[in-house]
Design a protein around this ligand. Structure first.
Ligand SMILES: NC(=O)c1ccc[n+]([C@@H]2O[C@H](COP(=O)([O-])OP(=O)(O)OC[C@H]3O[C@@H](n4cnc5c(N)ncnc54)[C@H](OP(=O)(O)O)[C@@H]3O)[C@@H](O)[C@H]2O)c1
Length: 337
């Protein structure tokens, strides 16, 4: 099969290679991949900052495809079914544990940038007929994470949600928050991106380049009350602002680090406002199923910025790294270059 191998490091490269097709173990299925979805996590792996850096490594976190073979102990799945897989393949439901949290597709085990992949059957979620492979492949990481932020913060019609940027997680959070009836405040780097967020239902827009004190803008937009949920996709320098922007009893959902992995913050407001600082590790297969169901019931369409062909995978990585995108960047294996 065709597979990309990753050379990690600052000058990361993807090299197209030929390798044997993988074989499913007894509890696994063999999937012929039709689409891969890129996440910021793929950039971290590609830069050698996370995951398996031994060569040859097949990268690619999110994948969608059709089952072509099943291991002898697999029941309930048959060849021809269209599927996606959760990121953390052994985390079916319930709490994350040390044992079920080890294997992450495209991070600590082979990923989606190949013609075929093997995945435990317990990690699979069916793709509904209404979704294409390229749409479905946006869900495993970004939609699951956004869905858990909404569920765990008990976001509803009386809530205000604050979001940072217009990347994959933020835009799914925007769509789920609007479906839950919440008011959404979104901060982004450009007015063009903010206009796109407005079209998707964002109620209050903040350009954090012209208005770096976006937390004060959130407070101003809520009459000083703050946001019930802040989805912290940036980390680093914004974390203290997220704490400032949160309402009493609110949740800061700690998701990302595009602005850095270290943060310093004043502790007093965390205590005085009795904040819930909740860490995110994407979610389980059951969470992905719920995110898929919610997407269907609320008639949410994933926001896809650009679709690349398989041969253009390197361009897709570079495009994501440029942060020019709004929503998701995906690779369609069935599209000619
Ligand atoms: N822990 C978890 O469960 C989990 C799950 C999913 C993702 N993540 C992490 O969450 C983060 C976001 O993921 P993603 O896939 O949504 O990334 P993404 O699609 O690459 O989006 C990142 C966006 O963040 C915005 N941004 C960049 N620097 C910023 C800054 N200094 N202040 C405010 N916004 C900034 C930019 O949007 P604008 O140009 O519109 O501002 C950028 O496009 C990443 O760090 C990722 O690894 C973690």
């Amino acid at each position: 099969m065709r597979a990309y191998h990753l050379t990690t490091g600052e000058a990361w490269q993807l090299r197209l290679a030929d390798m044997p097709d993988p074989q499913p173990a007894a509890d696994e299925v063999l999937i012929r991949l039709h689409a891969a979805g890129l996440n910021y996590l793929d950039l971290m792996v590609a830069r050698g900052r996370l995951g398996d850096t031994t060569s040859p490594f097949v990268p690619g976190t999110d994948g969608a495809g059709e089952i072509v073979a099943t291991g002898e102990r697999v029941s309930g799945w048959v060849p021809g079914e269209r599927v996606i897989s959760g990121l953390i393949v052994d985390w079916s439901a319930g709490l994350l544990t040390e044992a079920n949290g080890r294997r992450l597709r495209g991070v600590t085990m082979p990923g989606s940038l190949a013609d075929y992949a093997v995945v435990p059957a317990s990690a699979l979620v069916r793709i509904p007929e209404s979704l294409s492979y390229t749409q479905a492949v946006t869900l495993p990481i970004a939609a699951t994470t956004a869905w858990n932020a909404i569920v765990k913060s008990r976001t509803g019609p009386a809530s205000t949600v604050a979001l940072l940027g217009t990347g994959g997680v933020s835009l799914f959070a925007l769509q789920y928050a609007k479906a839950a009836g919440a008011r959404v405040i979104l901060a982004s780097s450009s007015d063009e991106k903010l206009e796109r967020a407005r079209q998707l239902g964002a109620d209050v827009l903040i350009n954090y380049r012209t208005q770096p004190a976006w937390d004060e803008a959130v407070l101003a937009a809520t009459g000083g009350r703050g946001a019930d949920l802040v989805v912290e996709t940036v980390g680093g320098g914004t974390f203290a602002r997220s704490v400032n922007a949160a309402a009493i009893g609110g949740t800061v959902y700690v998701v990302g680090f595009v602005g850095g992995m270290e943060a310093s913050l004043p502790l007093l407001p965390v205590m005085v406002k009795t904040l819930n600082i909740l860490g995110s590790q994407t979610g389980s297969t059951s969470d992905l199923e719920a995110a898929m169901r919610a997407l269907q019931q609320a008639r949410i369409e994933p926001v896809i910025d650009r679709v690349f062909a398989f041969d253009e995978a390197g361009d897709a990585y570079r495009y994501l790294a440029s942060a020019a995108h709004v929503g998701k960047v995906v690779i369609d294996f069935d599209r000619p270059a």
